[in-house]
Each structure stands twice: as C-alpha cells, then as structure tokens.
Design a protein around this ligand. Structure first.
Ligand code: SAM
Length: 298
C-alpha cells in the first residue's frame, strides 16, 4: 500500500490555478502546468493551457470545454448514438464544437458525404487549429467538411439545405450569453425545419445535477418540438459531473438499438472509437439521470 500514490493536501493552491464553477457554490480547481494562450475574443475569454491530471485543455469564460485526457469520452458519447440511430446519415450539421473533435467523430462515419460545422467564434477555431491538433486531427481540412463562422441561430434560420443529423455542441445553457438562445423551443423548431423527414438532432445539455431547473427547461423545449426524445448522460472526469445529452428525433429512436446492432453499424461504416461501442451505447441509454432532487431510474 505504501508504494501507492497519495494526495498531498499540503500542496495547496501554490502557482497558477483555474477555478471552474460547477455551480454557484461548488468549484473545481486545476493546477496550471503551462499557459499557452489567453485572449478575449468578441464573444468570450479563450484560454489554452496544459493542466495537471488532464493535459491540454480549452477553457472558455472559466469553463473547461474539453481536455486532452478525456475529451474522447464526451465527443464519442455526443456524436455516435444519434449517428448510429440514423440508417444512412449523409449530411450532418454541427453547431458549436469549436475544437473540431465533434467534426472528427462525425467524419468517422464513411456514409457521411458532407459535414458543416458552424461556430460563432473564429478565434476559437483558429486556437484549435494551432494548439488542439489532437482534437481535430485534420478534420477541418477533410474534403467533406465545411467550416462556417456564424451565429448558429442565424444560420439555421437562413440555410436552405436539409440535414439527416444535427449535433449541437454549444457552451452550457447556463454559461455564456451567446449560446443561451440555442437551447430554446424556438431554436429547436428551426432545427426541426432543416432536418429531413427522418432526421434527428442531439444537444449537449450541461449538468442536470447542478442546474436541474435549466436542464428541465431544455428538456421541455425539445419535448415541445420532437415526437421522440431520449435523455442520456456520461461521466466526464474534467467536468466533475455527468454531462447530459438530449436527442430529439422525427422517426428513429436510439433506445431501440441493441449491442450487436450498434457494433455492426460501427463496423460497416468503418468507425473506430476508444469509448463508445454497442455495450456503451446500451449503458448510456439506461444510466439514471442525475438530479439534485433525486436520480431518475431508467
Ligand atoms: N464541449 C463543450 C461543452 O461540453 O460545453 C462545448 C464545446 S465548444 C468549445 C462550444 C462552442 O460553442 C464554442 O466554440 C463557442 O464559440 C460555440 N458557440 C457558442 N454560442 C454559439 C452560437 N450562438 N453559434 C455558434 N457557435 C456558438
């Protein structure tokens, strides 16, 4: 036992630390090993830093968006349940996802012919290109990819195309102002209108545990628009909570997919993953939804 690592409480908060609010009263602190970039864009404060335990990380307005050590858990869980639920997703729209990892995961599906990624902040995408190669892995320059710098709300109101799957990888619904409008019933109606007749969307929805009321607002908004709604969540170590996701679908239900079916679809499409597979899919779909008022059994 003596040779196992132990926490050394005496180390305290010496040096540079990032303090991330989990709620108004709970915070996580991260020791910064190396600060690579700190810049205020027109929309948010952008930090790229190497932090202890989690490696390189993107931080926007004090919220860690993703970290090198565990980003794949979040991005695979966000993208693949909706993508495998659709029998042949050829055109995919991503809103947000500035690091390029959501785009990376979507492009793993060989059936995808076009993936449009719309992020409001050019500076985030440029920082990702420069510092977050492990996230995008060249996805920005894939011939099937189109990167658009625009407000997602404006884009969905004006785009003439229809999409098979839409992935909403935005800053949290209780975070910065610019993404709040993209968690509303009005926005999901606009999303519904640019989905094909068999289309489906998935949105990241922050933490139902720390922000239960906000989560319920987002859930109600999706339920008011889509006939099929599926909630799921996955523990993301660097967030310090289970990140929620909500699927809104016109026809296909990810809950209906079994272990073998998911594995066969991934194999057929040539999708290689580190975390997500058939068993993970079923586990995600049946994990209780964590709420401060009491977890909901599945
Ligand atoms: N994985 C993160 C999470 O779990 O919170 C989200 C990833 S990504 C960094 C969030 C992106 O949403 C940012 O790049 C931000 O610029 C973008 N964003 C915020 N509001 C937006 C809007 N109205 N339209 C388009 N992109 C937006």
């Amino acid at each position: 036992m003596d040779d196992l690592p132990r926490v050394d409480p005496s180390r305290g908060l010496i040096g540079l630390n990032i303090i991330q609010p989990s709620s108004d009263n709970t915070f996580m602190t991260f020791k910064v090993k190396r600060l690579l970039a700190l810049k205020r864009s027109r929309y948010q404060e952008i930090v790229v830093a190497d932090i202890e335990d989690f490696g390189r990380s993107l931080i926007l307005d004090n919220y860690i968006q993703s970290s090198e050590v565990d980003e794949y858990i979040y991005h695979e869980s966000l993208v693949h349940p909706a993508m495998v639920a659709h029998p042949n997703p050829r055109k995919v729209l991503i809103i947000g996802g500035g690091e390029g990892a959501t785009l990376r995961e979507v492009l793993k599906h060989e059936c995808v012919e076009k993936a449009v990624m719309v992020d409001i902040d050019r500076e985030v995408v440029e920082m990702a290109r420069k510092y977050l190669e492990k996230w995008h892995q060249g996805a920005f320059d894939d011939p099937r990819a189109e990167v658009v710098i625009a407000d997602g709300l404006k884009y969905v109101r004006e785009v003439k195309e229809k999409f098979d799957v839409i992935v909403l990888d935005l800053t949290d619904p209780y975070g910065i102002e610019i993404s709040k409008k993209l968690y509303s019933e009005e926005f999901y109606r606009a999303i519904y209108n640019i989905l094909t007749d068999e289309g489906l969307m998935v949105t990241q929805a922050g933490s139902s545990f720390f922000f239960e009321k906000v989560y319920d607002y987002v859930l109600r908004s999706v339920k008011s628009v889509f006939p099929i709604v599926v909630e799921y969540n996955v523990w993301v170590p660097v967030f310090g909570y289970a990140n929620n996701f909500i699927v809104g679908s016109k026809k296909y239900d990810p809950l209906k997919l079994g272990v073998e079916e998911v594995d066969n679809i991934l194999a057929k499409r040539g999708v290689k993953t580190r975390f997500y597979n058939g068993k993970t899919h079923v586990a995600l779909m049946y994990t209780p939804i964590y709420r401060a008022s009491g977890a909901i059994k599945r």
